[in-house]
Design a protein around this ligand. Structure first.
Ligand code: CAO
Length: 489
């Protein structure tokens, strides 16, 4: 399941001294290390250019390892936000050791199950490329194992409820003393403040981060969006924070705490709405269709339906088949520079010169009528036909793709964005591969681990326990679920 790169190195414009002979387009100038003065000079100038970095690898692109090879993650995450973060790091090559409660595991293993007795898609799609070890973090022997793992790893990632990590005895002070290089990265619902102790799930974050109040139609209630901007969005923010902390550690030699709150993460993604909040103080938001409809603005950024969040008005329009297909729609943007081609395409060439339509400000109060006219045209074709016609003249449009269409889209399979993975328990399933493509760090998407699948391997090979010690651990209750009392006859 190798993910193909989205682009390949076809040219190499190294201005420095060394380049791979494997790169066909690369300059052939190669510095040989010898004691001759000229070579010494070249070496010195090379050192200057390299800024302390190693010499460029001579391996072909994609064969020099992966971006995060060697990074070891102690993964204490569960549900969605934390696992999204660590899966992204694992895609990049980090060794992700997922710690799960014996006998139980991540709660999502059993949530929304589609195959009886097997790990759910909720779990499998968020925990690829990881290893699983079961440890009872409250058992004395379990704590000892964790100490070894803390010493071994670079990053501890967790998204427990506030205070849960401390209650396990894994305080920042303890971790930092045990391994001063360790980065402790957390997702919490809220940052420090009045709500810091609250437990938070996806939709709570969407509401608290300002997204829900600005999503939906003006005349309806606030809406949450299907994209998991609270969970997966915050996991993404945390992954960025971890990589930055790892980079800073190369200079400082010490770890630090990294916190991504879900409220902050959602707000970061909804920042254009905070932009509009401030613009309101200076007058109405003219690009909102409510302006064209003559509806006065209130004190807060309103819900904008399908209005575009940018300066180019847009709306979702019906296409052929909309009566029976809920996804026969297209997002149409009346981008100012292509207004002429739009008019020609929809059969309204006179709008190009009509003062009521020719300029963006003149169009603003008429947007609804304009989109109605464009819709009469889009309804004569399928969304893909509209796309073809519009793209031919550089008009940006977006077909509303159903998840079925996305699952079946060959081009997404070709780039490794949608990947089919085989699982010993549940068989084949689709997952989302690495959404970012690198030319020199190839992602191989692997299935999620079974509960505790790597417990022995990690205890012996990572923690260094002997066979005798392993036998003791097995009876200590540190890695196994407490036995259920036998049922009365
Ligand atoms: N061994 C022993 N105990 C373990 C363990 C292990 N390996 N793993 C977890 N536990 C224990 C924790 O120590 C905790 O016990 P205490 O409450 O006694 O300290 C307990 O399991 C439950 O942890 P939790 O409170 O984090 O879990 P929850 O189901 O009650 O809450 C959630 C879930 C998501 C609401 C909460 O973890 C949270 O708010 N996390 C931060 C925000 C977040 O990430 N939300 C997104 C979740 S995805 O929608």
């Amino acid at each position: 399941f190798k993910q193909k790169t989205a682009y390949e190195i076809v040219d190499c414009d190294w201005s420095s001294d060394v380049c791979s002979s494997d790169l066909k387009a690369a300059p052939k100038k190669v510095v040989k290390l010898s004691k001759k003065p000229a070579a010494k000079k070249a070496q010195a100038s090379s050192a200057k250019i390299s800024n302390g970095l190693p010499r460029p690898s001579t391996k072909p692109y994609g064969q020099a390892g992966r971006a995060l090879d060697g990074v070891k993650i102690l993964d204490f995450t569960h549900v969605q936000s934390g696992p999204t973060c660590t899966q992204l790091l694992a895609y990049m090559g980090a060794d992700c050791i997922k710690v799960e409660r014996p006998g139980v595991g991540d709660i999502t293993r059993t949530q929304l199950r589609d195959v009886k007795g097997q790990d759910s898609l909720y779990f499998t799609m968020l925990n690829g490329n990881k290893r699983s070890i079961t440890i009872d973090s409250k058992n004395p022997k379990g704590k000892e194992i964790l100490e070894r793992l803390i010493k071994h790893c670079d990053v501890l990632v967790e998204n427990f409820a506030p205070g849960a990590l401390d209650r396990m005895g894994l305080t920042w002070e303890y971790i930092h003393k045990t391994n001063p290089r360790m980065i402790v990265a957390s997702v919490k619902g809220f940052g420090p403040g009045p709500y810091e102790d609250c437990k938070v799930y996806e939709n709570i974050a969407q509401c608290a981060g300002g997204s829900a109040s600005t999503t939906g139609f003006r005349e309806g209630p606030p809406l949450v969006t299907g994209a998991q901007i609270g969970d997966s969005g915050t996991g993404l923010h945390l992954a960025w924070g971890i990589v930055c902390a790892l980079y800073q550690r190369t200079r400082t030699g010490r770890g630090q705490k990294v916190l991504a709150s879900m409220q902050d993460g959602v707000l970061n993604l909804a920042r254009v709405k905070l932009r509009d909040q401030q613009r309101l103080a200076h007058g109405p938001l003219t690009e909102y269709s409510q302006y064209g409809e003559g509806v006065p603005f209130g004190k807060a950024t309103p819900r904008a339906g399908n209005d575009s969040g940018g300066g180019q008005p847009g709306w979702i329009l019906k296409c052929k088949g909309w009566e029976t297909d809920p996804d026969a729609y297209i997002y149409f943007i009346t981008q100012a520079p292509v207004w002429g081609p739009i008019c020609d395409l929809i059969g309204k060439p006179e709008w190009k010169t009509d003062p009521d339509y020719a300029t963006p400000p003149a169009r603003l109060p008429r947007l609804k009528a304009i989109f109605n006219t464009i819709e009469e045209w889009t309804m004569t074709m399928t969304k893909f036909e509209v796309m073809e016609k519009c793209n031919a003249v550089d008009i940006p449009v977006g077909p509303i793709l159903s998840m079925k269409e996305i699952a079946e889209e060959q081009s997404l399979r070709d780039t490794g964005t949608v990947v089919e993975v085989d699982h010993p328990g549940r068989g084949k399933y689709l997952t989302v591969g690495n959404p970012v493509k690198f030319s020199d760090s190839i992602t191989e998407v692997k299935r999620s681990p079974l509960l505790g699948e790597h417990t022995e391997e990690i205890l012996t090979k990572v923690c260094g326990y002997s066979a005798k010690e392993l036998a003791e651990i097995k009876t200590s209750g540190a890695i196994t679920a407490p036995e259920k009392p036998a049922k009365a006859a």
